[in-house]
Design a protein around this ligand. Structure first.
Ligand code: MF3
Ligand code: CO
Length: 251
């Protein structure tokens, strides 16, 4: 299967789906504080998605049982919201979410500190986000995919953080996961050439320790093997002939 190039109409729908998702992230961010459960966040997301006239693209994906993913501390991604999981001061939490608007998928993730967090965790979160912005400097039509991957890896490695290699970014559009896969680690293979109209979810997942991961008993929650905390930052972007457009980021 080739990488899909979205038409002008499809790009409008991708913009709208992702703009609403960006707004939802901004609303969910306001709820992050000690005492809140990850299920509270899932419920808020479900209500927001419904108000947008959308549906969650995570719910029932391969049997995934919730609307969003909430991953705390050593959980990297795909943490399942639960009323038992109560946020406490000093935790970090990654919220990964998406929705489907008129058949078009959005996908974005953010990591937050709960109350006051340590300096090293602040740095982990900030540099994970910064690595996304380094990567997308190379996300221009005519470049090859590996320039994004290599820019992310080159940015993260000097910090000594661990890059998660078992999960990667991806194309996104009429499905949550489309071609191509987008690694956050060094690639020698150039991969496909980027073309205007591609919509891609770029999503570095970075651990304070090593990047090796395990799956928990629930078969979803991805945790670092060394149980070091991890951060995740993701946006859906549109490739253009100039700078990429970040579709899921709303100020
Ligand atoms: N948002 C994830 C990704 O970036 C997918 C979540 S898996 C799901 O690809 F099952 F929760 F949908
Ligand atoms: Co994604």
């Amino acid at each position: 299967m080739a990488i899909s190039i979205k038409s002008a109409r499809e790009i409008e729908l991708m913009r709208e789906s992702n703009r609403m998702l960006g707004e939802m992230h901004n609303e969910l961010a306001k709820l992050i504080k000690p005492g809140v459960s990850t299920l509270d966040l899932d419920r808020a997301a479900a209500a927001f998605i419904k108000d947008c006239g959308c549906v969650s693209n995570f719910l029932n994906y391969d049997g995934y049982p919730a609307n969003i993913c909430t991953s705390v501390n050593e959980e990297v991604v795909h943490g399942i919201p639960s009323k038992e999981r109560i946020l406490k001061e000093g935790d970090i939490i990654s919220i990964d979410a998406g929705m489907i608007y008129k058949g078009y998928h959005s996908d974005a993730a953010r990591t937050y500190g709960v109350g006051r967090i340590s300096e090293e965790l602040t740095k982990l979160i900030d540099e994970t986000r910064n690595s996304f912005f380094e990567g997308i400097k190379h996300a221009v039509a005519g470049n090859h995919l590996y320039e994004i991957s290599n820019a992310i890896a080159d940015y993260i490695e000097p910090f000594g953080f661990g890059i998660v290699r078992d999960l990667v970014g991806h194309g996104v559009g009429t499905s949550l996961h489309e071609e191509p896969q987008i690694p956050n680690f060094h690639m020698n293979r150039k991969g496909p050439m980027l073309r205007a109209g591609m919509t891609l979810a770029i999503e570095p997942m970075i651990a304070l320790g090593r990047g090796d991961v395990d799956w928990k008993e629930d078969d979803w929650t991805v945790v670092t093997q060394d149980r070091s905390p991890a951060a995740h930052y993701e946006n859906t972007i549109l490739i253009t002939d100039g700078e990429p457009e970040i579709l899921s980021l709303v100020d």
